[in-house]
Design a binder for this molecule. Structure first.
Ligand SMILES: Cc1ncc(COP(=O)(O)O)c(C=O)c1O
Length: 347
């Protein structure tokens, strides 16, 4: 069997399954969403001569991008070094090592940029020590959002008109890229980004977060703020409850970021009858069996787990507010710098 055929086999996992969850409401359920941008970035790097056969790939990731690169590197004969942090759980570390990946874990956050910046600083060290190594740089590489043209085409092909796209934002590649392509056909598409408390992406003061793959301590170039009509923030407890509901009500065993986008899209669907909405579900639940799918872990670790979940968001006046529950801000396709500062405190 030729090497080409193996690569095409992994490409078979790139398109999401579209699962109807309500009237006009579909979950775009990926096996592993990051397989698509990872494959596209490597293909483009090879085409540009930035990555040679058997070359070393270095990347900072604590989750699905690392796993996707590791699967592709194993198939295509590249070496891979991943800089990760606490979020890279022991099961995933084992799996990466079995795929032949070297792992370097950062233990301390950067004083202002959190773990994300600490990982990027360590990565620079590895790139300098390994001349000729390739850094896909999912946070700033334009090939990351560009790869989602394929997803946009698939959604249009399968669903026809789409009124609203909802999804979690991490590097920004999936939502910014898909929105950009869908708007060629649907300029009035409503795009809703889902983030979590204490994430700097849409202006929250940065602090430690409990959700991997969602939000971040620094704002990536690939977050195109001008694509977003609305931004919603959910607490860790709200996200995990939504993930459990997706499983118990619909039989879909997905990860926390899928729960986050499900919760927001379900609300949008109920408040916009007759409209069509797609929610991104970036990965499956297996990686979270010992954490957010474990009731004891949830009760021990997650603040507010024993409290009822909010049924609708509260509209906030500024993204910098201290949030106590599911919150929503009418972003209106603005740049981050154009979002107004918080209102002065009342006298
Ligand atoms: C599980 C999961 N969901 C969502 C995202 C966010 O996707 P994007 O980086 O395209 O914004 C990520 C990013 O790593 C992820 O790992």
């Amino acid at each position: 069997m030729s090497a080409d055929l193996f690569v095409r086999n992994l490409e078979d996992f790139e398109n999401p399954r579209l699962v109807p969850l309500g009237d006009g409401f579909h979950l775009s359920a990926f096996f592993l969403m990051k397989l698509l941008p990872a494959r596209y970035m490597l293909d483009q790097a090879v085409a540009r001569g930035e990555l040679s056969p058997g070359g070393l790939i270095c990347e900072s990731s604590s989750g699905t991008f690392a796993l996707s690169l590791a699967m592709l590197a194993a198939r295509q004969g590249f070496r891979l070094l991943i800089v990760g942090d606490w979020a890279l759980d022991t099961d995933l570390r084992r799996r990466l090592r079995q795929l032949g990946t070297d792992i370097d874990i950062v233990d301390e956050p950067h004083p202002t940029g959190g773990f994300q910046l600490a990982r990027l600083e360590r990565l620079q060290h590895h790139l300098q020590r390994n001349p000729g190594s390739y850094w896909p740089s999912q946070y700033s590489n334009p090939d990351n959002p560009a790869s989602y043209a394929k997803v946009a085409a698939h959604l249009i092909d399968r669903l026809g008109r789409i009124d609203c796209l909802v999804g979690p934002v991490g590097s920004g590649g999936s939502m910014s890229g898909t929105a950009r392509y869908l708007r060629y056909l649907f300029p009035n598409l409503t795009v809703i980004g889902v983030d979590t408390f204490h994430s700097a992406l849409f202006g929250q003061p940065n602090a430690l977060r409990q959700i991997s793959g969602l939000g971040g301590g620094i704002v990536p170039d690939n977050v195109d703020h001008t694509q977003f009509d609305e931004v919603h923030w959910l607490s860790a407890a709200e996200i995990f409850k939504a993930m459990h509901e997706l499983h118990s009500r619909h039989g879909l065993f997905m990860g926390p970021t899928s729960g986050a986008s499900y919760r927001v899209a379900q609300w949008w669907s109920m408040t916009h009858p007759g409209k069509s909405v797609v929610a991104f579900g970036p990965d499956e639940g297996h990686r979270y069996v010992n954490t957010s799918y474990d009731d004891d872990w949830l009760a021990r670790t997650i603040e507010g787990w024993d409290q009822p979940a909010s049924l609708a968001p509260v509209e906030i006046a500024s993204p910098t507010e201290t949030l106590t529950g599911w919150s929503r801000f009418p972003w209106a396709r603005r740049r981050l710098a154009d979002v107004p500062p918080p209102p002065p405190p009342r006298a």
